[in-house]
Design a protein around this ligand. Structure first.
Ligand code: ATP
Ligand code: MG
Length: 399
């Protein structure tokens, strides 16, 4: 067995030495079979959280009521979840309480898709009661059991299915696809935060186009906050090659495609309950992206936008145009390099200098003069030097 599973074998061994069962499960096994990089290793065990905590000295409670404990072992962390069944679904959401069980087969049966319902023991032997491997090899996403039933138990699974399409480039098996079409309205029962987390993952995937196309084809987008009236923008986004962009750059591009004012964009982003900071950052990028579509970069616009955002905006702009225009990047970089200052804080005088030189009381005039100095320096008409600026200020009689 290869890393990172190899390092985790002693964890399984230890659990088994105490008489419990333990398997690798979930996305890590799926990605291992696919030869993809593995992020986190999930372990399922017949031991209850308190039994796990007795075995391992270092643990962190992640959700004891759902049976999940994080174990720290040899500088690695592993999520260990007790075998459980989820029989009592309320309001189309994951149950608030679960029943711990002692059988891995039953635990695999409650999982969402066959590709995610494969277990692997410490010898690398596969437990595959739902033919998940066949589906992985055929690049098919199929629910464990009847699609409609599984989606009405937990409506988030529909979005999970679509985000796995985006991540893996797989295809939804026809009953699974139909199950989403038939149950899409149930998504309204799911917390916005959980939906937004899935959308982020969908947008982070390599096969974003297919993922977004499925949001449209299944019409599930009509039940996602913020999206019901965004079909045209979704369609346009699905036709772009955007995998070179970071997640918030993708959101900024999407926001731009909506073609609305700054206030509406902020409202749109807030409908996903993103943090205020994130809403500000994305809408700021989107605002400058729209500006970039109207005008090419100038000293004033690069300065006002800020160099980091300007470079990001240029990258998004080029992704939209699906071309690499190194001339435009060089030109932007030349403007950045030539900027004498990057913000007001770079100016070599302060408000109190001005007050002293002009022998006037503090007031709004200070800000106005600083603004004027900023413009003069930016346009190369004034050197950013305390003495030079002092001379300019004393001569200037405007204020
Ligand atoms: P990723 O690579 O994105 O982490 P993953 O398959 O590991 O993908 P997780 O959200 O980490 O997905 O969940 C781990 C496993 O838990 C899944 O593979 C699946 O077996 C099970 N699971 C997670 N969410 C659900 C759900 N809503 N319904 C049923 N099973 C689920
Ligand atoms: Mg995972």
């Amino acid at each position: 067995m290869k890393e990172p599973f190899k390092s985790a074998i002693p964890v399984l061994e230890l659990i088994e030495r105490y008489g419990f069962k333990a398997y690798f499960v979930g996305g890590s096994v799926r990605d291992y079979i696919l030869g993809l990089p593995i992020n986190d290793i999930d372990i399922a065990s017949s031991a209850t959280p308190s039994e796990i905590k007795e075995i391992f000295p270092k643990t962190i409670d992640l959700g004891i009521e759902h049976g999940t404990v994080m174990v720290l072992h040899n500088n690695h962390s592993y999520e260990i979840t007790t075998f459980r069944s989820e029989s009592d679904y309320v309001d189309f959401r994951r149950p608030t309480s679960v029943t711990f069980i002692r059988s891995i087969e039953e635990d695999l049966a409650r999982r969402d898709f066959t590709m995610n319902a494969v277990g692997m023991n410490r010898f690398g032997e596969i437990l595959d009661p739902f033919e998940g491997i066949v589906d992985i090899e055929a690049k098919t996403i199929r629910t464990v059991g009847m699609a409609s039933e599984r989606f009405s138990e937990d409506a988030l699974r529909m979005l999970r299915g679509i985000r796995f399409v985006s991540k893996l480039g797989f295809v939804l098996e026809s009953d699974t696809y139909q199950g989403i079409k038939d149950n899409k309205h149930l998504l309204t029962h799911i917390a916005v935060e959980r939906i937004a987390a899935e959308l982020d993952k969908l947008l982070s995937g390599y096969h974003t186009s297919q993922g977004i196309q499925l949001l449209i084809d299944t019409e599930i987008y009509k039940y996602i906050p913020g999206l019901p009236d965004k079909k045209a923008a979704l369609l346009e986004l699905s036709q772009l090659q955007i995998h070179s962009l970071f997640i918030d750059e993708k959101w900024a591009l999407f926001s731009h495609l909506i073609q609305k004012g700054e206030k509406e964009i902020k409202q749109f982003l807030s409908s996903f309950r993103f943090s205020n900071k994130r809403v500000q950052q994305i809408s700021y990028m989107s605002k400058w992206l729209s500006e970039r579509f109207r005008n090419s970069w100038s000293i004033d616009s690069v300065y006002a936008c800020g160099k980091e955002t300007a470079l990001q905006v240029e990258k998004i702009y080029q992704a939209y145009q699906s071309k690499v225009d190194s001339f435009a990047v060089d030109r932007l970089q030349a403007i950045i390099d030539a900027l004498p200052i990057h913000s007001l804080a770079d100016i070599k005088v302060s408000g109190s200098d001005l007050i002293e030189w002009k022998q006037k009381k503090a007031g709004p005039w200070v800000k106005d003069v600083l603004k004027e100095i900023e413009t003069e320096i930016l346009n190369g008409r004034l050197e950013n030097d305390n003495e030079v600026i002092k001379e300019w200020v004393t001569k200037c009689s405007l204020n």
